[in-house]
Design a binder for this molecule. Structure first.
Ligand SMILES: [Zn+2]
Length: 81
């Protein structure tokens, strides 16, 4: 089992991998419709949207939360250094 490098979600079944492809390192939620991985900005937007929905905070706060989540993930850690 791998964790998604882009959002940290554990991927337990093939369906949770991008394009059902277990050789990929990112999950279905972090893939674009064509199967490539979302960019830093796309991922930040989608995480921030998720935080707004689940925590009911302002967008600006949600973006900060998204950034602190992404800082810990292998796909994005390099963007903060
Ligand atoms: Zn993911």
């Amino acid at each position: 089992m791998k964790n998604c490098i882009s959002c940290g979600m554990p991927m337990k079944t093939a369906a949770e991998y991008a394009m059902n492809d277990t050789s990929k390192d990112y999950c279905a939620h972090c893939a674009r419709p064509d199967g490539s991985m979302k960019s830093f900005e796309e991922q930040k937007e989608s995480l921030a949207g998720f935080v707004v929905k689940t925590q009911g905070v302002d967008k600006a706060v949600a973006v900060k939360t998204a950034e602190s989540m992404m800082r810990k993930l292998p796909a994005w850690a390099g963007y903060f250094s």
